[in-house]
Design a protein around this ligand. Structure first.
Ligand SMILES: C[S@@+](CC[C@H](N)C(=O)[O-])C[C@H]1O[C@@H](n2cnc3c(N)ncnc32)[C@H](O)[C@@H]1O
Length: 315
């Protein structure tokens, strides 16, 4: 494994919202390169703890190796699991009460650039795309070999907003018996063939959208986020904070809608004299608008450009 590299995004903003104090415990649902976890460990020293999760065994192993001789290694539990099971993992480790939970959704720079899993269209690699390479969940190559035209079209359209989704899916299904699509270059060739010649100079836009869409499907990214949010809010004690960083508008929408719902109290019609629904808000929104990266951060790390941070405090 190469060094697990990732520059944390919106780190200062996340810390400001989580406001870690000595002795606090936190859950980092997406360990990645460990940027958030290390900052939380240092701010909660000498006794605070972090339970960090990641789907990628490489992230877990690299982190354990990196901190093994540090004092903080005794205060962190790194768990290889899906954040959609955060409540179960926290209970299993009898961890908490937690002051806050943070998730930095998506993929690390390591997974994009160095893992050799075919997530980037710019490298000739096998089309795997899974964050969790330890399991036997379907790879991108499997989906491209087995899924029907309609299913592929909706993946490219819904998760990638690709204009030529239908043509690309049709070409994949028509040609795949003769030319197996197992490598990134097989897929980029089919995409290039599927878009009109006059637009082919912009083919890399379609590559990016289709690759992103496949990655989201392979890793069930939206479904996992939808499961994670209520679980995370559920395990927080009153006063605990949930902070989520997203990089994609579909994810940001899921987070925003969940937070608005959690913070909504009575839903009785306005002309009702008294409340009969009995609903009270379960959380307070801490970010009226999503927090985004400032120009200095974006100039140093282009990944920060699309990052959006939203947070709530449990009531
Ligand atoms: C953007 S990185 C996190 C970076 C981290 N905040 C840091 O400072 O280095 C996202 C990480 O989430 C992991 N991940 C994605 N989906 C996951 C899931 N459902 N459960 C757990 N980890 C997941 C990826 O493997 C990746 O390592």
């Amino acid at each position: 494994m190469m060094t697990y590299q990732h520059i944390p995004v919106l780190l200062q903003e996340v810390l400001q919202i989580l406001d870690p104090k000595p002795g606090d415990s936190f859950v980092d649902a997406t360990l990645g390169g460990g940027g958030y976890t290390e900052a939380l460990l240092s701010r909660t020293a000498p006794k605070g703890k972090v339970l960090a999760m990641d789907l990628d065994v490489d992230a877990i192993q690299a982190f354990k190796l990196r901190i093994k001789n540090q004092e903080s290694s005794k205060r962190v539990i790194a768990v290889h699991n899906n954040f959609s099971k955060v409540a179960h993992v926290v209970a299993e480790h009898k961890f908490g009460p937690v002051a806050g939970i943070v998730a930095d959704i998506g993929l690390s720079s390591y997974e994009l650039d160095s893992a050799g899993r075919g997530i980037s269209f710019q490298k000739d690699e096998p089309l795997d795309m899974r964050f969790d390479i330890s399991g036997n969940a379907p790879t991108a190559a499997f989906m491209l070999a087995e899924y029907g035209e309609q299913e592929l079209t909706s993946i490219f359209k819904n998760y990638g907003e690709e204009k030529f989704a239908k043509q690309i899916a049709r070409n994949i299904v028509r040609n795949r018996d003769l030319h197996k699509i197992t490598r990134t270059t097989d897929l980029t060739a089919i995409i290039a063939d599927s878009i009109p010649a006059r637009l082919r100079h912009r083919a890399s836009d379609s590559y990016r959208r289709v690759f992103q869409a496949l990655r989201i499907a392979v890793n069930a990214e939206l479904e996992n986020l939808e499961k994670f949010l209520p679980e995370a809010l559920g395990i927080l004690p009153s006063g605990g904070t949930l902070a989520v960083v997203t990089f994609h508008s579909l994810e940001d929408r899921i987070v925003k809608q969940f937070f608005v719902k959690a913070a909504t109290g009575c839903v009785c019609p306005k002309d009702f004299p008294t409340c009969i629904c009995g609903r009270t808000p379960g959380a307070e929104i801490l970010t009226k608008k999503p927090v985004i990266a400032g120009a200095p951060e974006v100039s140093q790390n282009s990944r920060a450009k699309s990052a959006k941070l939203r947070a709530i405090r449990k009531l």
